[in-house]
Design a binder for this molecule. Sequence first.
Ligand SMILES: Nc1ncnc2c1ncn2[C@@H]1O[C@H](COP(=O)(O)OP(=O)(O)OP(=O)(O)O)[C@@H](O)[C@H]1O
Ligand SMILES: O=C(O)c1ccc[n+]([C@@H]2O[C@H](COP(=O)([O-])O)[C@@H](O)[C@H]2O)c1
Length: 205
Amino acid sequence: MPDSALDAQATRRARVGVMGGTFDPIHNGHLVAASEVQQKFDLDEVIFVPTGQPWMKPKVTDGEHRYLMTVIATAANPRFTVSRVDIDRTGPTYTIDTLRDLRRQRPDADLFFISGADAIAQILEWKDVAELWSLAHFVAVSRPGHDLAISALPEQGVSSLEVPALAISSTDCRNRVSRGFPVWYLVPDGVVQYISKHHLYRSIA
Ligand SMILES: Nc1ncnc2c1ncn2[C@@H]1O[C@H](COP(=O)(O)OP(=O)(O)OP(=O)(O)O)[C@@H](O)[C@H]1O
Ligand SMILES: O=C(O)c1ccc[n+]([C@@H]2O[C@H](COP(=O)([O-])O)[C@@H](O)[C@H]2O)c1
């Protein structure tokens, strides 16, 4: 390799994706979205960050279960990792805190926060939204049933990306389990087995 190419490699800042979610449970829609953004934005790593207490969702499964399902689902991909920053912080989970914590841990990285069309539509209601744009670049991915509208958001701070359409939601997965329907191929195999082993979602609607 020529010296100039080696220099460029040495000075390139790490590019790190952040995929925040409740992951109750993690499903293949999350994984495909993260994989597409990783490839299109040339990310070195995508950190999955299960929420602690998501303030916009009334009742969620214990964080340790959601964390472990996320670890199982991402284990095979060498570029995917999982962070406990939100699970371990007390109080409601805000992305401003997630990004501040990750910035402290990765001061030399550029962060790309990955968000589905439904989540990005609500972003103006998020805590300290004005400061969010300075901590990460936001990537809004398409999601069946949701308009990917980013026109009201700062042009520099947000990109949009069409990803293969997977009409899967965690709500639908939970409902299927509670009614005795399979979730094979909607979630990774290990997550199907984890749900069964720990009797998750048996009685919730
Ligand atoms: N099928 C999908 N395609 C693209 N993005 C998705 C998909 N499902 C979820 N996302 C995005 O992944 C992130 C985390 O989603 P979350 O964990 O809330 O899953 P969910 O399926 O929306 O859950 P629930 O049905 O419980 O609301 C959000 O930004 C969401 O928009
Ligand atoms: O910061 C906020 O106020 C805020 C409000 C709602 C959602 N979020 C984040 O958006 C991501 C997706 O959230 P959810 O609830 O759709 O799983 C997750 O990382 C949340 O912490 C963040």
